[in-house]
Write a new protein. Structure first.
Lengths: 334, 149
């Protein structure tokens, strides 16, 4: 994305040797952290509306050549927030502190999220940080970055790309007999200034997920969905987002984790891919969530496959505390 | 980065100056803090909530807010983080704290710097007070920082 690398990279979109967009109706979408989920939703709209039969959606990032904070700083109001809040980690650290004070969530419970996700990543050949032997102590003794966030409470900066092929019902039959079907897509964002948001409980995740569940006929997400790929920029965020998405009650994210429900062996695994804590090429990150949800629905997850997935949820999160939700299913929603 | 790749890397640097049409509400707020060391918010005529920072339209009622109200220069910390990693764009050399502050008489929150770097000395619910800059530059940082009281 231009914001992060400071370069437009036109050749990646239209260069004949790169993405095959030359002389085709290429559309570029960039919404910060949510870029990947916005791309996924735009792809869906383009095909579901009947405008195109097939769409190729690509998300990518080369953070080795740029920096996350450089881009993310532009998401904050220049007068009120840039001098006193802006950047990738400061606001997430504030949110973690408020969340932990409100509900008594501990640093150890947060560290357990990193341990879960980075050991899951060891089953995913595409993951950046694969740490099968990571421990809670290792996370809790890592460098303090922005209190209470330690180095291993935070996602990395990665390089990577992700692509999804969309097709309408007729075209799909020519490509595969095992597609993932869209059941619902939703977007929610709501603030003027950062502090219009509560800075904990992520209200946009609640707004978007409730609407998506209604569209997809989901009454109890933990029972009716089989797996979720959520966008957790920090370990603390995963606990808070699980509450906001209705997987448990407010304040019970730590309990949900402690009970093992979100582990690979649990009733409702969250982030079998290793999540954002393991891999974070920003412009691809939210698209990876959708691709991983599709992979699970298609049963192609190999070592990271959750058994018998019928329905999967993918979540995008980004600057201005946006949330985007996509629900995919093995069978079309009728 | 390994040496073979490093040879092929082109390094550059761009500055991105920008202008931002911040509007009359920002102008009024910034002028008051700089000239008179007073903090103002705007009140919604319908829900009566006092918004600081001020904005023109209430996000809950969609009413235009035109009544300016002076509020206190003290407030309560609702959240904080301590910055320990330095980058060139920071207003102070770390460590220092970013805080979410509910000023006395306001119904919305305000983000600013708290000059305290020890997380053990910072507490959600503690009182802080605005310290104004001696030579204002028409910036939000004309409130230089908040200090615990």
């Amino acid at each position: 994305m231009d914001h992060f690398e400071g370069i437009n990279f036109s050749e990646l979109m239209c260069g004949i040797e790169a993405a095959p967009g030359y002389l085709k109706p290429v559309v570029k979408v960039a919404t910060g952290g949510t870029t990947g989920s916005s791309l996924a939703i735009c792809g869906y709209h383009n095909v579901a509306s009947g405008i195109y039969n097939n769409v190729l959606v690509i998300g990518w990032e080369k953070l080795n050549e740029g920096g996350a904070t450089t881009g993310i700083i532009t998401a904050f109001d220049p007068v009120w927030e840039r001098p006193s809040l802006a950047g990738a980690l400061g606001p997430l650290a504030l949110m973690a502190g408020m969340y932990s004070a409100k509900y008594g969530i501990t640093a150890e419970q947060a560290a357990k999220v990193t341990v879960k996700n980075r050991s899951n990543a060891a089953n995913n050949p595409f993951a950046h940080l694969q740490m099968p032997n990571i421990t809670i102590d290792y996370v809790m003794s890592s460098q303090m970055i922005s209190y209470p966030l330690r180095l291993h409470d935070c996602c990395p900066q990665s390089e990577g790309a992700c692509a999804l092929i969309y097709a309408n019902e007729q075209e799909t039959k020519k490509i595969t007999d095992n597609p993932a079907w869209f059941h619902a897509v939703e977007t929610a964002h709501y603030y003027t200034f950062g502090t219009d948001d509560k800075m904990y409980d992520l209200p946009t995740a609640t707004i978007a997920s409730k609407k998506a569940y209604k569209k997809a006929g989901i009454k109890n997400p933990v029972k009716d969905l089989d797996v979720a790929e959520i966008y957790e920029p920090t370990s603390w965020s995963e606990l808070s987002w699980t509450e906001a998405l209705g997987f448990c009650k407010p304040g019970e994210g730590g309990k949900l984790l402690d009970e093992g429900i979100t582990q690979m062996s649990g009733e409702f695994p969250i982030n079998p891919s290793g999540g954002v804590l393991s891999t974070n090429p920003i412009g691809a990150t939210a698209l990876v969530r959708v691709a991983e949800a599709a992979t699970q629905v298609m049963g192609r997850g190999e070592k990271r496959q959750v058994p018998d997935v019928e329905k999967a949820l993918a979540m995008g999160f980004g600057g201005s505390l946006w949330t985007e939700i996509l629900i995919l299913g093995k069978e079309p929603l009728r | 980065m390994n040496q073979e790749i490093e040879k092929k890397v082109y390094r550059g640097r761009i500055k991105v100056p920008y202008k931002h049409t911040a509007g009359a509400y920002v102008e009024k707020f910034i002028t008051e803090i700089g000239k008179n060391n007073k903090i103002y918010g705007v009140k919604c005529p319908k829900c009566h909530k006092v918004n600081v920072p001020p904005k023109m339209i209430c996000i809950e009622c969609f009413e235009k807010m035109e009544e300016w109200v002076e509020i206190g220069n003290q407030g309560i910390v609702k959240g904080f983080t301590v910055i320990t990693h330095s980058t060139p764009v920071m207003p102070f050399e770390p460590p220092f704290a970013y805080g979410i502050i509910r000023l006395d008489g306001a119904d919305t929150d305000f983000v600013h710097i708290i000059k305290e770097s020890d997380p053990k000395k910072l507490k959600i619910g503690m009182k802080v007070k605005a310290v104004f800059k001696e030579n204002p530059r028409k910036r939000i940082l004309d409130i230089e920082y908040f200090e615990p009281i």
